[in-house]
Design a protein around this ligand. Sequence first.
Ligand code: NAP
Length: 278
Amino acid sequence: MNISGKTKIIGIFGYPVEHTLSPKMHNAAFKYLNLDFCYVPFSVKPEMLEIALEGIRALSIAGLNITIPHKERVSAFLDKLSDDAKFIGSVNTIKNEGGELTGFNTDGKGFMKSLAEANIEIADKRVLIVGAGGAARAIGYYLCRDVSELYIYNRNIERAEILTTHLYTFKNNVAVVEEKIFNSGSSFSDFDIIINTTPLGLKSDDPLPLDVSMLKNHQIICDLIYKETPLLQKASAIGCKTLNGMGMLLWQGVFAFEEWTGIQPPVEVMKKALMKQI
Ligand code: NAP
């Protein structure tokens, strides 16, 4: 890399940040387009978040990605939020314009693009989201506009209710799935698409996020985790169409890149850089 005094820095704040795949994806795109940008990971402890953001103003860092565990807290320290970041209540992308920090959320848009790319139609579909954290909020914000019915299950039911009430103010087609119903699995065949947004499946000894024996082969099963999780493997064995979170990771990065640079990035180059790391 040809770093000079003019090179613009983009960072990612996370804790831990060691396993991030984003630097190679963005640096490959910068290199391909010959853009004088460089993407660097920063390990930022939760208690250092505010001071680290002051640092990006002080150091004129051009932009950031924000990852676990900062996505929700970070908005308090920004000057402006995009409409989607405001509604979703979390930020994964920041642009620094002369010290003014604007927060965006490209996760939901990225997930929707990955569905479209996989030819998964959501119009008039009944969709279940498992989990009610930041990622569920991001995709729920976009899904509820087009699906016929959106259902949310979470082990902490209060969190599912809060998300449902929040989305309901936007579109009145959202409801909670109670634990008893979810655990019986009896309603599963009512859903055209089921999306796991919990981290269950990241570790090899994790339990499955739902009872796969109740799935039917006409259903589409998605997982936001960017690998073939046991959930996806078992659903696939039943004959379900499946989608992992790799496309979401790619497209949230593509939309973030566009915010920082105003340029459409080379998607295939970014995809290749991601795949190489898996
Ligand atoms: P989060 O805000 O911490 O939310 C996690 C959700 O999972 C909560 O609903 C939580 O339930 C539930 N959960 C956690 N552990 C669980 C367990 N042992 N059993 C049942 N439910 C459990 O996290 P997030 O930001 O939404 O991220 C969630 C997942 O999406 C992560 O795996 C992340 O890697 C993935 N993700 C992928 C992309 C991508 O680009 N592909 C982007 C964003 C996120 P409670 O409320 O009950 O705690």
